[in-house]
Ligand binder design. Structure first.
Ligand SMILES: [Zn+2]
Length: 300
């Protein structure tokens, strides 16, 4: 009788051990598959303090990218926000911009370029083709001179141009200088980091979005900077479904006279289940990036 109980006990122990072994094997195999996939398709983020911060510059754009102790700024907002931007960046210990990219030659994106290039050493200034703009270029020329004086270089953006910043790998997906509207001539930049990707569209609207899709550009992203402050002339259904973002960044002024962002854009984003983050409602919006997640942080 005793030996029967012992046999039964042994069988249970053997079964439990086998189950544990099988479960750990499955876990091991799943982890290995995940590691292989991550190794093949994305790099691991090495720098803990990596983020994208959409600065509240009222009706305009200015976005800070930070990784590996290096900083990049996409657009500078209008001139009156240059002091705010400078204060925010200096409070983080930023004295040098490895990269300053101006998406297009409109005041709400480049108005602060002169004070910013005076306050920070800019290693690389990337601008749109100034021969193809309808706007005055004197501020841009002054900024180019400032960058040169401090030992940096200025370049005109072209499709396929690439740059790195800490863990960010960035590529210009398009810059359609032959478009009629200055907004559609915006430099469109994709920034990949780890397994995540951000798409920065400047003020691109439907014509530029269509050309990106026609070019077969890889617009799929986790975070989409909504074009032209959420204007009704951009973020078409087709473009949005190709991007398929989890998060939308909208930079616009409180009670702005253009009614940005437009209801139709907000509705499209909601229908897609995209989380919407707006500077007019939340002030600065920071996307903290780790290998596991993108966490959103606001001050308000
Ligand atoms: Zn704008």
């Amino acid at each position: 009788m005793r030996s029967k109980v012992c046999k039964y006990k042994n069988m249970v122990v053997a079964l439990v051990a086998a189950a544990i072994l099988i479960l750990s094997l499955i876990g091991y195999i799943t982890d290995t598959i995940d590691s292989i996939r991550n190794f093949l398709f994305s790099r691991t983020i090495e720098n803990e303090n990596s983020y994208v911060q959409m600065l509240d510059v009222g009706q305009g754009d200015s976005i800070l990218l930070f990784s590996g102790g290096r900083a990049a700024l996409i657009d500078t907002g209008i001139k009156s926000y240059a002091d705010d931007i400078t204060r925010t960046l200096k409070s983080k210990g930023i004295k040098t911009l490895d990269l300053l990219l101006i998406t297009h030659n409109h005041n709400d994106h480049m108005g602060g370029i002169v004070p910013i290039t005076q306050s920070f050493k800019v290693k690389r200034l990337i601008i749109p083709d100034l021969n193809k703009t309808d706007e005055r270029t004197d501020k841009m020329q002054e900024a180019i001179a400032n960058v040169k004086t401090s030992g940096g270089k200025s370049e005109t953006a072209s499709k396929g141009m690439s740059m790195t910043l800490g863990d960010f790998d960035m590529t210009v997906l398009g810059c359609y200088y032959d478009e009629k509207d200055e907004n559609d001539r915006s430099i469109i930049l994709k920034a990949n980091i780890g397994k995540w990707s951000f798409l920065f569209t400047g003020d691109a609207q439907e014509p530029a979005e269509r050309r990106l899709l026609e070019d077969g550009a890889d617009v799929k992203c986790d975070v989409l900077k909504i074009g032209h402050h959420g204007s009704m002339y951009g973020t078409s259904e087709e473009f949005l479904s190709a991007c398929s973002p989890s998060f939308a960044m909208i930079s616009c002024g409180r009670g702005n006279r253009y009614s940005h962002p437009h209801d139709v854009v907000i509705l499209r984003l909601r229908e897609q289940g995209t989380q919407i983050w707006r500077t007019d409602q939340s002030g600065d919006v920071t996307f903290n990036i780790t290998n596991k997640e993108i966490g959103v942080e606001t001050l308000k």
